[in-house]
Ligand binder design. Structure first.
Ligand code: SF4
Length: 407
């Protein structure tokens, strides 16, 4: 988990989705990090396509041969995909984990799909003026409770932001990237999220997906004077499914950010309510081992999670309580801390029909968020190239448990 310099927890749509799916999975993924998990092919595939599309418009070397034809461009994808099994060192000096192929020809099949997606993308976008588009557009917004001054930051990347129906002149050089969007006072902004998976998108599900509400909130602050439209783009065939967002969704999003942020800060990590959520969980074995230990000790699993990764102002300050190996807890690293957690279970439980001070404060905050007394602002300067040389690491460090993007 990240915090801003002024101590705000940095939230994102994927972080909130993981938390809402299962608090324990959030704890494993963002706090405990028990073991390195193998890379998922579908995620790697989506990540690589995103990086190809980013490179198409970003053009660090505009003279490169890959921009001369759709075939050259698609062949670059082919070369990169061939090397996907490599395990180069990450920024932290560790080797990337191996890929977990589901069957012998999965790599070959994805190669064919990716080659075609890149070839078609090149042709579809060959005449899009650089000035009218922004790609992988980073945003970070501060959302603050007006009365208490407390709040959170929301960050994300918009895959594609395109200016339509504007009188701005079209800039055709890579250095013009996004120029018309920044200068325009007319036209419409079209916000696009790429989807690289096979699964058809359910329109009703798209209409309630919070990712677009996050984009809407960001674009409202960044380019408030322009109307905007939203769509999912299937990168395999270029088709788009439109969706819309408005003030109602933005209000719900603000409430969601405060609710989830507060629960995380209070170290509440509820277990998933259904085994159907557990079936595909990457931490299933780890979770079973943790719960087994909790029941042996007579501790609620959440207390054990808290004891292992206690947060101080939202940051983890102590090493894990557990040594993990192949999904199992093989040793306890700090018996004293475990004993403290065990003593927690002896605490008297006090039930009351009356709200505690903390609960009253929580209710007041909820009412304030609902009434719209929330300050939102862009957090700091927007870097001209937010991804810079590290853009590949943004693509390659996507949340490994969020599978919906590429599945
Ligand atoms: S196995 Fe189930 S309860 Fe455990 S972390 Fe995964 S989803 Fe949550």
């Amino acid at each position: 988990m990240r915090h801003t310099k002024d101590g705000r927890l940095v939230m994102s749509d994927s972080l909130m989705k993981v938390y809402q799916d299962c608090g324990a999975r959030f704890w494993f993924n963002y706090l405990e990090n028990p073991e390195e998990l193998p890379r998922i092919p579908a995620l790697e595939f989506g990540t690589m396509l995103h990086s190809m599309f980013y490179d198409f418009f970003k053009r660090k070397n505009p003279e490169a041969k890959m921009y001369e034809s759709a075939t050259n461009y698609a062949n670059v994808f082919r070369g990169r995909w061939f090397g996907i099994d490599n395990q180069p060192k990450t920024e932290r000096g560790k080797r990337k984990p191996p890929i977990l192929w589901r069957n012998a020809d999965e790599k070959e099949k994805l190669l064919g799909s990716g080659y075609k997606a890149c070839f078609d993308f090149f042709q579809r976008n060959a005449n899009v003026p650089f000035s009218h588009i922004l790609v992988e557009h980073y945003f970070i917004i501060n959302i603050t409770n007006e009365r208490t001054g407390r709040g959170y930051a929301l960050q994300g990347y918009i895959d594609r932001l395109e200016l339509k129906n504007s009188t701005q002149p079209a800039g055709l050089n890579p250095e013009d990237l996004g120029k018309a969007i920044r200068a325009s006072r007319d036209g419409t902004l079209h916000v696009v999220d790429y989807k690289s998976g096979y699964k058809p998108i359910n329109k009703a599900a798209l209409d309630v997906d919070t990712q677009f509400s996050c984009y809407d909130l960001a674009v409202e602050l960044l380019y408030s004077f322009m109307p905007r439209t939203f769509a999912i783009e299937h990168v395999r065939d270029g088709s788009q499914i439109p969706t819309s967002r408005g003030e109602g969704e933005r209000r719900v999003l603000r409430e969601r950010i405060f609710k989830i942020g507060r629960s995380i800060e209070r170290e509440q990590f509820p277990l998933a309510s259904s085994m159907y959520k557990c079936n595909d969980c990457s931490y299933l074995r780890h979770c079973r081992s943790l719960q087994h230990l909790a029941y042996q000790k007579g501790i609620f699993p959440e207390d054990l999670m808290r004891a292992s990764s206690p947060l101080t102002r939202g940051n983890r300050k102590q090493r894990s309580l557990f040594e993990w190996k192949e999904g199992e807890i093989v040793a306890i690293t700090d018996e004293k801390r475990l004993a403290r957690a065990e003593r927690q279970r002896l605490k008297p439980v006090q039930l009351s029909f009356f709200s505690s001070g903390e609960e009253i404060e929580e209710e007041e905050e909820e009412a304030l968020v609902a009434s719209g007394k929330i300050i939102e602002e862009i957090a700091g300067e927007m870097p001209s190239d937010p991804l810079g040389d590290q853009h590949s690491s943004r693509f390659l460090n996507e949340d490994a448990t969020v599978l919906e993007d590429a599945s």
